[in-house]
Ligand binder design. Structure first.
Ligand code: 5GP
Ligand code: ZN
Length: 134
């Protein structure tokens, strides 16, 4: 897609710190890392988000996330790992080309991927079960 920065990076038109590449994906270091080793999985074909990506590419992306998480954990000796994937502005997406964040975590690193737990009420539970399961 024209003017999509991640299309250009994924396909090598813009240079990047590439950790891994195959015919479908490029894995790069994030320019604004949440922690040491924060990387991004970029599909080489354009899909804006989880709603648009094909089942095949989504499946491959998850398998690659698993491989990269193991490799990064081994080489960085991190203590934990977050896989984050944002869809839509409201969810914090800023680049509208599907990507998965690989975020190594270190004890007491202060990285904030958190929310304040609410309460699942009976009413909302019933509403959602009804809507999703019909
Ligand atoms: P989002 O908020 O869309 O889930 O994540 C976008 C991520 O892409 C951010 O973590 C941001 O730091 C990273 N990013 C944005 N532009 C570039 C770029 O040109 N190169 C690299 N390596 N990372 C980028
Ligand atoms: Zn794109």
């Amino acid at each position: 897609m024209e003017n999509c920065i991640f299309c250009k990076i994924a396909n090598g038109e813009i240079p990047s710190a590439t950790l891994y590449e195959d015919e479908d994906f490029r894995v790069i270091l994030d320019l604004g890392p949440a922690s040491k080793g924060h990387a991004l999985i970029l599909p080489k074909t354009h899909a804006a988000n989880i709603y648009e990506i094909s089942d095949e590419m989504a499946a491959k992306a998850m398998v690659l996330a698993k491989k990269m998480a193991s490799k990064l954990t081994e080489v960085l000796n991190c203590d934990g790992f977050n896989i984050v994937q944002n869809n839509g502005e409201a969810a914090g997406q800023t680049v509208f080309h599907f990507h998965m964040h690989l975020i190594p975590r270190y004890k007491n690193d202060g990285v904030g991927i958190q929310w304040k737990p609410g309460t699942l009420t009976d009413e909302v539970k019933a509403e959602i079960l009804e809507k999703v399961k019909g």
